[in-house]
Structures are given as C-alpha cells and as structure tokens.
Design a protein around this ligand. Structure first.
Ligand SMILES: [Zn+2]
Length: 138
C-alpha cells in the first residue's frame, strides 16, 4: 500500500514519534545534570533552529526524523510521487550537511540524533560532546 493517504499517515506518525524521541532525550539530558535551551538558532545569522542548544559551550543537537531525513536504516521511499519525495528528502539531507558545516565554521559542535535511537544512549553521546567542548571553553 503506497497511496497518498498511507504516506500522510506515515508522515504524521513519524512526526509524533520524532517529538517523543526529542522529549525523552531532553529528559535524559536533564537527568544527567545538563541544562540547555530548546528550539533556538545556535547562530543568529544562520537561519537554522536546533532542537537542543548548549549556548556557552556551543553544542547544537538535532533530532532527525527517520522519514524526513532519510535514515539509512528506516528510510522508506514512497513509490507514488517518487521524484517529489526523493527531492524533498535529499533536499533535507543537503540542508542538514550545510547546517553542520555552517555551525562548525562558527565553532559549534553538532550532534545529530536519529529518532529511532535510544534516547539514553543518545544523551550519553551528547554529554560526551558537551564535556569535550567545555574543556575547550574553560
Ligand atoms: Zn531510523
């Protein structure tokens, strides 16, 4: 089944799962004693909003949805309107890489978390990056 309705259903499911991962990740980070801002532009002049931002140590975390960002494990490429979806998803991926480069140029470390990842494992990864950046700042 690959009707437009099926695709829409998958997208909305994906979107709410995405939010679930993000909230679980934030809870896990908080439990690790980390404090952060949410949904902010790390760099004012770069029009990209990160999901979790550690301003002082310059760490930006993005939680990427498996469908929208073309996760290598779960990417489902709809057969109907295939070109449209491929352009859309590949466009998102290009934009993600571009975001990483632009933030990197401003001294930011970017952590990307797939929505399918275990939030506790991802939180540990984020903590490691925060600690590494912290030792550079202090
Ligand atoms: Zn995935």
């Amino acid at each position: 089944m690959d009707t437009t309705a099926a695709v829409s259903a998958r997208m909305s499911r994906q979107r709410s799962r995405d939010t679930g991962t993000e909230i679980a990740l934030r809870k896990a980070l908080h439990a690790l004693g980390l404090r952060y801002r949410v949904h902010q532009r790390p760099v004012r002049t770069v029009r990209r909003e990160a999901d979790v931002v550690f301003t002082r140590v310059k760490v930006a975390v993005f939680v990427d949805g498996c469908f929208w960002h073309g996760c290598p494990e779960h990417a489902t490429w709809p057969k109907r309107n295939a070109d449209f979806w491929r352009d859309k998803i590949e466009g998102n991926r290009r934009r993600d890489r571009d975001t990483d480069v632009r933030l990197g140029e401003q001294g930011w470390a970017v952590v990307r978390v797939w929505e399918h990842e275990d939030p506790l494992v991802a939180a540990g990864r984020v903590r490691d990056v925060v600690l590494a950046q912290r030792s550079e700042v202090d």
